[in-house]
Design a protein around this ligand. Structure first.
Ligand code: 9MG
Length: 303
């Protein structure tokens, strides 16, 4: 396996060398633990998004697609992503579910390909226990579940592999979630949900160190709901788990600014900066280089 170049996203002077040296000594399955330690000690980390749905990397046959997925993962790593989040089922509003076989066919070869060529940490974005199991066996070392491990068998897979899991809040399912989101108080309800899901995981043997929470921007939320979640980000950080923030290119910016998806970089990066200033340290993004620049500035201002 090719060892990666030193990561370029450390947040304090001297940390770059220290972080690279530590990563070099650890086996890849422990990189995620190192990244979470960094986050707990107030440093930031970026997760780059790699969607492997039929419309992504569609300029050729199967091998071309795999090569392009690998190139994109390596580029994001070079730009500063410490984790690559691989998903084979779209979770956008209106998206339809993908059968198990198809999801496996999409994500597993990509995970294997990246694992053969890089030691970057890989997260599997799925809600299915079978996909989690196969992805972890193929070299992923984190689970990102928008369904917060509610499907039968998912907690057991994560306990068996002792991997970090991101528990995300959503109201409804991607197919219908934006039809009519309803809350009395979105911040309180999201916090209660995340705490309840964390407790359910503890009961079955997930350790506290392996839990990450995510308020789930855009998942069954109006623009006002999303803005309130961002305004009150410190309340999610106070839950005591690392908080993952996923605002990248989301339709909330389309609603607020009237911008198409390809013109949401400034708004997405600004939202990351706001979340950082309120205590979040883990960010799931498409635009890795730009986000890392913004986060380096945030961290430099603080030191
Ligand atoms: C898969 N996916 C899409 N958006 C996301 C978000 O905001 N958070 C997490 N954890 N996953 C997401």
């Amino acid at each position: 396996m090719k060892k990666s170049a030193p990561t370029k996203n450390s947040n304090s002077v001297g940390a770059d060398f220290f972080h690279s040296a530590i990563l070099f000594l650890l086996p890849p399955e422990l990189y995620m633990q190192r990244i979470l330690q960094k986050i707990r000690s107030n440093q930031w980390a970026v997760m780059g998004i790699l969607n492997v749905t039929p419309d992504s990397f569609s300029d050729g046959g199967r091998f071309n697609k795999l090569d392009n997925a690998l190139k994109q993962a390596l580029l994001m790593q070079e730009q500063g992503a410490e984790v690559i989040d691989i998903g084979g089922e779209s979770t956008r509003p209106g998206a339809v579910p993908v059968p198990l076989d198809e999801e496996l066919e999409r994500v597993i070869p990509v995970i294997e390909k990246i694992r053969q060529n890089s030691d970057v940490a890989i997260s599997i974005d799925t809600s299915k226990p079978e996909v989690m199991q196969a992805a972890l066996a193929a070299g992923a070392s984190m689970v990102n579940d928008i369904n917060a491990l509610q499907a039968e068998g998912t907690i057991e897979v994560c306990v068996k592999h002792q991997v970090p899991v991101c528990l995300m809040h959503k109201q409804g399912s991607p197919q219908t979630m934006q039809d009519s989101p309803q809350y009395q108080n979105v911040v309180d309800e999201v916090k209660q949900y995340l705490e309840a899901r964390a407790s359910a995981c503890f009961e079955k043997g997930v350790t506290k160190e392996n839990i990450i929470v995510d308020p789930g921007f855009g998942f069954g939320k109006t623009l006002e709901n999303n803005l309130y979640l961002l305004r009150e980000m410190q309340q999610f950080c106070a839950l005591g788990f690392p908080v993952l923030v996923g605002v990248s290119r989301k339709s909330m910016f389309g609603v607020l600014l009237g911008r198409d998806v390809e013109d949401r970089l400034v708004a997405s990066t600004s939202a990351v900066v706001i979340a950082y200033q309120k205590g979040a340290r883990f960010f799931r993004v498409h635009d890795v280089a730009e986000t890392c620049d913004a986060l380096k500035l945030c961290a430099a201002v603080e030191t």
